[in-house]
Design a protein around this ligand. Sequence first.
Ligand code: ADP
Ligand code: MG
Length: 319
Amino acid sequence: MAITTFQGNKTDVRARRIRFGIPAALQLAETHITSIANNKGGVGKSQLVVQLAAALGRFGLRVLVCDLDPQANTTRRLGIEYDPNAPIVTMSEVIKSGERGVGQGAVIPCGWVDAAGNPTAEAENIDLIPSRFDLINRETEAGQVGAVRRLKRALEGWTDEYDVVLIDTPPSLGHLVQMAFAVADTVLIPFDPTYDAVEAAIRLRDFVQVHAEDLANPGLHVGGVVATRYKRSLEAEEQVAGAREHFGDLFLDPTRIVKETGMEDLLIPRWIPEWVRLTEADSAAVSLSAWSDRQSRRTVALYDSVAAEYITKVIGEAA
Ligand SMILES: Nc1ncnc2c1ncn2[C@@H]1O[C@H](COP(=O)(O)OP(=O)(O)O)[C@@H](O)[C@H]1O
Ligand SMILES: [Mg+2]
């Protein structure tokens, strides 16, 4: 079976689930909310949010992406171009209001379309609360008492229809990130294999442990870490080995061999490598499954495997 072109039907979803070792009849009892965070920039947070959302969509899960980064990379990569002549409601207005349930009014569908201009099968499973540069203004207001719970209130009462909510965050530990932490069940930390990123990941885990109660979210915990942008070198190898030792079971390991009929097996490494096709997908604002050559099928299988690790380790749904 070729694994790229996602049809979106039940047979396809089932086959993918079985192939990647997650329960074929998987149904989440509760919406799981994850903040993707690392206070170091450029580690691949937004790519992880976008392509993990796509992969979860391929597994038939309904995903809401919340873009809490004023840079709005995730919003653009999900196919939404902000047009000043036709303004849309964004996270900035949602946070400003902070009223119960107000986020629902800002939800838009993922903008990925096929050649005929119709939403792709993945896009049908993904919704978005978009971001815009002026979200940065909310950062300064967010010092007010109770402001840390604005996102939590905005998401209250209507997100049950989603299996997973993924919140992308800016590279800091400031007020916007804390708003994300106040509503999340888990934090997922991507890190590139450099000393600074691994140290940032460790500091972030400490931050979560120390401040979960202050954020009125005592159950918050780091649910996983994942190595990104891996380029083979002794330094990278040592940094990943160190992180693996430090984080133990929290380390997401997508390693697997994916078989394709009549083709060479696709080998998936234990990290997200630095691959040109991944940068290209970010630039082109498309899902990896927009291409079907062998290297692209490998990137799709990689993210499917990361999503399977996310489902089993971070959400905790065992096969
Ligand atoms: N695994 C990867 N392989 C190749 N390029 C990557 C990879 N991860 C991220 N990039 C690129 O690196 C840059 C930063 O990634 P991004 O997802 O924006 O990180 P962050 O959100 O942490 O700042 C982007 O240009 C992105 O396309
Ligand atoms: Mg980003």
